[in-house]
Structures are given as structure tokens and as C-alpha cells.
Design a protein around this ligand. Structure first.
Ligand code: ADP
Length: 462
């Protein structure tokens, strides 16, 4: 037996719908993490020197592997983190369908810029950084990694991937799709939990692409500061949705319910705080309740289920505590709020109204299927003040029939993306931005792709 085997430990991969163990997974220790990074470093030079077209062809082959294995991937997603199988299938298909356009956008981001000035020519080239650590969460276990892989690899970096400990088999299958299509060493994977992620951040990587919680993002930033490693951090949010008195209330209620409850509320850009003008608040409450009642929960493999379980008992306990605290602080519980008996980490669609500011529900990210309705006087300035009363700045949504007012309010809310009379982010060509404490750096679009590069200018007289 080698030393590695002697010191190796494992973690359990749990089915959140049943609480049963799916697999026992060996944890990559610090030595294995360092080995993976060294292999990636060795492979990166020739990958980085290849043309973008050659790299894009290899990445299209990786995406073709994802397409071929899409049903296996979707089933693993549902098994490991619980989302309804239809949602898991759509997640995988969305990645496959969007890949060509994403690669075209990355190609444009990497184009050399030529500047001629005062008898000199300067070429601004986009070079890879080296090895990128891709550390991802469990809520979109196929989409989030691919959003890091394509720009990182497309720009000529090698990748060392650490999927979330809640979705190790999904991570392994997805990693296989990429590793099989790329030159040996360009794509490496390490499995483990937070400690393995921390080892990877501390290893000799050049950049960390991270999607996860704000708390972990801060730890990563601290650790990365030693080597001044480049960072893209996509973190949490406490997104507001504002309903003015002239809004299309049915459309706003649809948006609130869908985007507070989808993925059992476990989405960084969930609608977490709803501010409704006083004069329409009672009517809006009714519209929300009517819609929320249609969101049944159950095993994600069962037909018709709209919400799977929460990912873990720990995540559910956080939501239970926030709901109990909100009610203790005086919030009205309008629906749900009772943890069902029996196996699995289920939690029902829950609607609360008028939680005071001091309640944790009003301040901390919930990451669960909870709709928090609040009233405001109806004034624009007040709406903006309430929306901005958070350290986060991910998304926001505004409903009003006055488009000018909608755009004015959107500009005043300090967040990366705002939807006016629709849910935010109508295009994948815009960068995805966590403003304020919701992130650091960007993903997606030309701005996002360029984060995985360093510009280099070469000048000569002409
Ligand atoms: P969540 O609570 O939503 O799972 P986390 O931020 O804890 O979000 O986890 C996101 C990813 O970050 C996971 O892959 C996790 O293993 C990893 N991770 C957790 N702690 C650390 C850390 N200190 N350094 C690096 N990665 C970490």
C-alpha cells in the first residue's frame, strides 16, 4: 500500500430525495492536487500555442460528447442534487445548443487589435494566463462548469476542475466529455470538498474561476492574494423585484413565483425580496398565492414535479431557521413553511409577507423556495433605496407600464443585470456581472471571455 492510499479519505455522495448514499468518493489530497496542476502546466504550452480554430474544434468535440451523453448527465444531475429531470435535461441541452455561439463570441474576444499611431504599429494580442482552477457549485452542475471551461480553454489555458462535493459523479462524467476530446493534461479533475478546493487555490495555478457562495469567494480571494492570482468570482445575491402600482400585476406575479421557486430557490439570481406598491399589495398577494400553489415538490424523477428536494439537510436547515426567525419577528406566513415528514430534504413552496428589516430573511441570502413579499409607499426613490439596501448586487427586476421610469430605476439599482417588465438577462451575449459583493470579474460575452486572458502589446515602427 502506498502512502497516498494510507492517507486517503472519502466523502459520501447523497441522493437528496431519499437520503441514501449513491457512492463513496475518494478525496484528492494536496499531493494529488499539486500533481494535477503540474500535468496541466506541462500540457498548457502547446495548447496555448495552437490556433483558436484548432482549440475551438477540440471544444466542439467535447460538446459533442456532452450531447452524446446528455441523458446520462441529466439523470446524474437529478440523482445527485435533486432537480426535476425535465429541468436537468433542459440544462444540458442549453449548454449544447449555446456552445457554438459562445465559441464564436470567445473567438471575437481573442482577436488581435492593431493600432497605428505616429509611425508605429502596435498589435494587442490576447494571451492565455496558464492554468485555470475551475471550482463550481451544485445548483447548475453542468451549466456552471461549462461557462468556465469554454472561455478558459478557448483562450488557451489548461483547466483543473473541482466540481462540488454534492455532484461528484456529474462532475466526473462532464470531465470525461472534455478530457476525452482534448490533448492529455489540458483538462484535469480533482474530486473533494472545500479542503480540496482550498488546496487547488493554494497550488501553482494562475487564475481561479469560481462560482459559489460569497463566504467561500472571500476565502478564495484571501488565499489568492499571496500569488496575486487572477480571479473571476460569481457569488450570491439578494435580488429585489419592484412592482409599481401601474405594473402588469399578473406578469410580475409570474416572474416572482417562477424565479423564486425554480430549482427549489437554489439559484444565485433568485428573486429574494419583492417590494410591492401599497395600493396594489393585497391584489398582488392573491396573484402570487394562486401561482405558488401550483409548485408541487417531490422526487425529481416523478412526472409533474416542479421542485425537487433541497440539496442537503444543511441547506434546508438554513431555510427553516430563516422562516422561523421571520415569523418570530412578525412576518405573516401565507403558505408553506412546514418541513414535510419522511425521507429526503424536501421543503415546500413558502410565501411570507411583511418580514421586518431585522429578520435574516430580509438580509441574508435564503437559497430556498421562499417568496418574501414586502410593501412600499409606491415612490420611485424609496423603491431604489430598498433595492440597494444590501451588500449584494447581482440581479434586479422592475415592473411598471412606464418604460422610462423602469429604465431610470434600473440604472439606479446597483447590480449587474436588471430586467424591466421581464426577468433579467435576455441575452447570453452580455457579460454576467456580480456587482458589489456579488462577484469579482465577469463571465460571458466578450468582456467575460477576456477575463481568461492577459493582453500583450507588441509595438514596432512601420
Ligand atoms: P455552496 O454552499 O453553494 O455549495 P460553496 O461556496 O460552499 O457554495 O461551494 C462552491 C464550491 O466551492 C464547491 O465546489 C466547494 O467544494 C468549493 N469550496 C468550498 N470551500 C472552499 C474553499 N475554502 N476554497 C476553495 N473552494 C472551496
Amino acid at each position: 500500500m502506498t502512502m497516498t492510499e494510507l492517507t486517503r479519505s472519502t466523502f459520501l455522495d447523497i441522493d437528496p430525495a431519499t437520503g441514501e448514499t449513491i457512492a463513496e468518493i475518494p478525496i484528492a489530497d494536496a499531493n494529488e492536487v499539486r500533481d494535477a496542476v503540474a500535468k496541466a502546466q506541462a500540457a498548457q504550452a502547446s495548447w496555448g500555442a495552437a490556433t483558436f480554430d484548432a482549440r475551438a474544434a477540440a471544444l466542439r468535440a467535447a460538446i459533442e460528447n456532452v450531447r452524446t451523453r446528455s441523458e446520462e448527465l441529466a439523470e446524474l444531475v437529478t440523482r445527485e442534487m435533486g432537480k426535476p429531470i425535465g429541468d436537468a435535461r433542459r440544462e444540458v441541452a442549453g449548454c449544447v445548443d449555446g456552445a457554438n455561439e459562445a465559441l464564436a463570441e470567445i473567438g471575437r474576444a481573442l482577436e488581435t487589435e492593431v493600432i497605428q499611431e505616429d509611425g508605429n504599429e502596435t498589435r494587442v494580442e490576447r494571451h492565455p494566463l496558464g492554468v485555470v482552477a475551475a471550482i463550481t457549485p451544485w445548483n447548475f452542475p453542468v451549466l456552471m462548469p461549462i461557462e468556465l471551461f469554454l472561455p478558459a480553454l478557448g483562450a488557451g489555458n489548461a483547466v483543473v476542475f473541482k466540481p462540488s462535493e454534492h455532484v461528484p459523479l456529474t462532475g466526473k462524467a462532464l470531465a470525461g466529455c472534455f478530457a476525452d476530446a482534448l490533448p492529455a493534461g489540458v483538462f484535469m479533475t480533482v474530486l473533494g470538498a472545500g479542503a480540496t478546493g482550498a488546496d487547488l487555490v493554494a497550488a501553482d495555478v494562475d487564475m481561479i474561476g469560481f462560482v459559489g457562495s460569497r463566504a467561500t469567494g472571500k476565502r478564495i480571494m484571501e488565499s489568492a492574494s499571496g500569488g496575486l492570482k487572477r480571479l473571476v468570482l460569481e457569488l450570491g445575491g439578494k435580488d429585489p423585484l419592484i412592482v409599481f402600482d401601474d405594473a402588469d400585476l399578473a406578469a410580475a406575479a409570474d416572474c416572482v413565483v417562477t424565479h423564486a421557486l425554480r430549482n427549489t430557490g437554489q439559484v444565485c439570481c433568485s428573486v429574494e425580496r419583492v417590494f410591492v406598491a401599497d395600493s396594489v399589495a393585497a391584489e398582488f398577494e392573491g396573484l402570487v398565492l394562486e401561482r405558488a400553489k401550483q409548485w408541487s415538490h417531490g422526487n425529481g424523477f416523478t412526472d409533474g414535479v416542479r421542485m425537487g428536494p433541497m440539496v442537503s439537510g444543511e441547506q434546508r436547515a438554513k431555510v427553516e431557521a430563516q422562516v422561523a426567525d421571520a415569523v418570530a419577528c412578525g412576518a405573516r406566513l401565507l403558505m408553506g413553511g412546514q418541513t414535510p415528514a419522511g425521507e429526503g430534504y424536501f421543503y415546500p413552496a413558502t410565501v411570507l409577507a411583511d418580514a421586518p428589516d431585522r429578520a435574516a430573511l430580509s438580509r441574508d441570502e435564503t437559497f430556498g423556495p421562499v417568496i418574501a413579499l414586502n410593501r412600499f409607499g409606491g415612490d420611485e426613490g424609496e423603491a431604489v433605496r430598498l433595492a440597494n439596501d444590501t451588500p449584494y448586487g447581482l440581479g434586479a427586476n422592475v415592473y411598471t407600464r412606464d418604460l422610462e421610469r423602469g429604465r431610470r430605476v434600473a440604472r439606479s439599482i446597483r447590480s449587474g443585470q436588471v430586467g424591466v417588465n421581464r426577468y433579467l438577462a435576455a441575452t447570453s451575449k452580455a457579460p454576467w456581472v456580480g456587482a458589489r459583493q456579488s462577484g469579482f470579474g465577469y463571465l460571458g460575452g466578450i468582456d467575460g471571455a477576456r477575463q481568461f486572458t492577459v493582453p500583450k502589446s507588441i509595438s514596432y515602427p512601420i
